[in-house]
Design a protein around this ligand. Structure first.
Ligand code: PLP
Length: 496
């Protein structure tokens, strides 16, 4: 560092946080309050261990297996050629002449580029996204929902579903004290919701999913939660994750109708997180979109305010890094739509590469297109493997004493319950830790397996869980389950 009194003073200031304009006393308290467990301290430690292993430090395992986050490609899931070819063509147009890509890839890329400013994906797009992609999304929704129309003008493209979810949650924030907005979220839930509500200083109203009945949702519990919440806030929305994260459950059509009736009676906006709509594995389950259900219920229910989210990060695509997604919002007041559009303009536009990737999902190849057969084969291979891994994971987990795991009906996660010995719970308590955090920490240190403790998602008081993804390739997932078995049996024995 350069010398001189000025520099020394600067270093002293740098080293004493309290002399900063921005320090822990002046920082936005909402940022201090927010937590995002899927990237918490265990993940930081896992990264450190991976680095140490690379540097030659010895551990009782050859590598770390990370099952903490739904990041498909990071876990070696292969990409879909059609998506990459279209994105590559849009990114570097000479490839369309030289790479020998199929004609439907070239046609799609040209069509997208025509919709871009200056014919380049390097240009900003409309704040709601490129018009032809919004039209493709509307056509996709119509096909998916058996012909129920969708309007491209009430679809916004987003940088991942997260961005769309945050844009809608932002609209809801209002009031203080008892008038403060409350938003209903499931427990357990994907921590984007709790983190965003904390960031926006909006009240979380937790409603418990029923573990005994494969994490189904009971209206009686929704009523309990909202009745208690009305004493302290103003409930204005309900978030539903279907298929669920971390639960892996898929709602029945009846369950969805019950939620719609509840939301209608209680005057709530529905936020339907449907990013796992392609990830259904249980033979007795299918995906029903909220949009389709409200339309088919008809009458007043068809006027229900609803925002539904989709993403390129999940499904068979797993393209988390592109940050592509969309939100279809229906039955919103026209003036609110205008305000939403205004708020989007301040963000300029969602990632354009992400929009292109999203177009490959909503405008995927159709029978007769040059890429159709290979696209279908690749898609079925990814989803078929996920289905097998879902089954294997649950079977192996349930073969262990002290673990009970519900069927993974969909999504990409298992959320087993741990029945931990009293001694383990007491030790964790004495150390000021949640017992499942202690379990997950020891699992990482001793076996190199990274999972997220249930306390990061919310769970019934006195119950313990962890969430693991089913994403590693089959052989690695089997190795994960073998290492877990050894650890678990030893842990239960040690604390029995
Ligand atoms: C239920 C749910 N919603 C939203 C997201 C965020 O997805 P994206 O990458 O599209 O922002 C995730 C990511 O894991 C998720 O599990």
């Amino acid at each position: 560092m350069a010398g001189g009194a000025g520099d020394t003073k600067k270093v002293l200031d740098m080293d004493t946080g309290s002399q900063k304009v921005l320090n822990m006393d002046t920082l936005n308290p909402c940022i201090i309050n927010m937590e995002y467990s899927v990237r918490g301290p265990l993940v930081i430690r896992a990264r450190e261990m991976q680095k140490e292993l690379k540097e030659g430090k010895k551990f009782p395992f050859p590598y770390v297996i990370r099952c903490n986050i739904g990041d498909c490609h990071a876990m070696e899931q292969s990409y879909i050629n059609f998506i990459r070819q279209v994105v590559a063509s849009c990114t570097y147009p000479p490839l369309m002449d030289s790479a020998g890509f199929p004609p439907d890839v070239v046609a799609k890329a040209k069509r997208i580029l025509e919709g871009c400013g200056g014919g380049s994906i390097g240009a900003y797009s409309d704040s709601s996204g490129i018009e032809i992609i919004r039209k493709d999304a509307a056509a996709y929704i119509k096909r998916r929902d058996g012909g129920i129309p969708a309007n491209p003008d009430t679809i916004m493209l987003s940088s991942g579903a997260s961005d769309g979810i945050k844009s809608i949650l932002k609209l809801l924030k209002q009031g203080d004290g008892e008038r403060k907005t409350g938003v209903m979220i499931p427990i357990p839930q994907y921590p984007l919701y709790s983190a965003t509500l904390a960031e926006y200083n909006t009240m979380q109203i937790g409603y418990y999913l029923d573990e005994e009945t494969n994490w189904s949702m009971h209206v009686s519990e929704l009523k309990r939660a909202i009745t208690e919440a009305r004493a302290v806030c103003n409930p204005r929305a309900i978030c539903v994750l279907n298929p669920g994260n971390p639960t892996g459950s898929v709602l029945t059509r009846q369950n969805i109708e019950d939620i719609v009736k509840f939301a209608h009676d209680e005057k709530l906006v529905i936020l339907a997180d449907e990013v796992y709509q392609d990830n259904i594995y249980a033979p007795d389950r299918e995906f029903h979109s909220f949009k389709k259900v409200i339309s088919e219920m008809g009458g007043e229910y068809a006027k229900q305010e609803l925002a539904s989210f989709h993403s390129v990060s999940k499904g068979y695509m797993g393209e988390c890094g592109y940050r592509g997604g969309y939100c279809e919002y229906v039955n919103f007041h026209p003036e609110v739509v205008a305000m939403l559009r205004k708020s989007l303009t301040a963000k300029l536009c969602p990632s354009v590469s992400g929009q292109v990737a999203m177009d490959c999902v909503v405008g995927h190849p159709q029978p007769g297109d040059a890429s159709y057969e290979s696209w279908l084969k690749e898609k079925n291979a990814v989803l078929g493997t996920l289905k097998e891994k879902a089954k294997m994971t649950v079977e192996k987990l349930n073969s262990l004493p002290g673990i009970k795991c519900n069927i993974v009906q969909g999504a990409m996660y298992a959320f087993p319950r741990l029945f931990l010995p009293e001694k383990a719970i007491a030790k964790a308590k004495a150390e000021g830790k949640a017992a499942d955090f202690m379990y997950a920490w020891e699992l990482l240190e001793q076996k190199g397996l990274c999972v997220v403790p249930g306390s990061g998602f919310g769970q019934k008081e006195g119950t313990y869980h962890f969430r693991m993804t089913i994403l590693p390739p089959p052989a690695k997932l089997e190795e994960f389950l073998r290492r877990l078995k050894d650890f678990h049996l030893e842990f239960m024995e040690r604390y029995k």
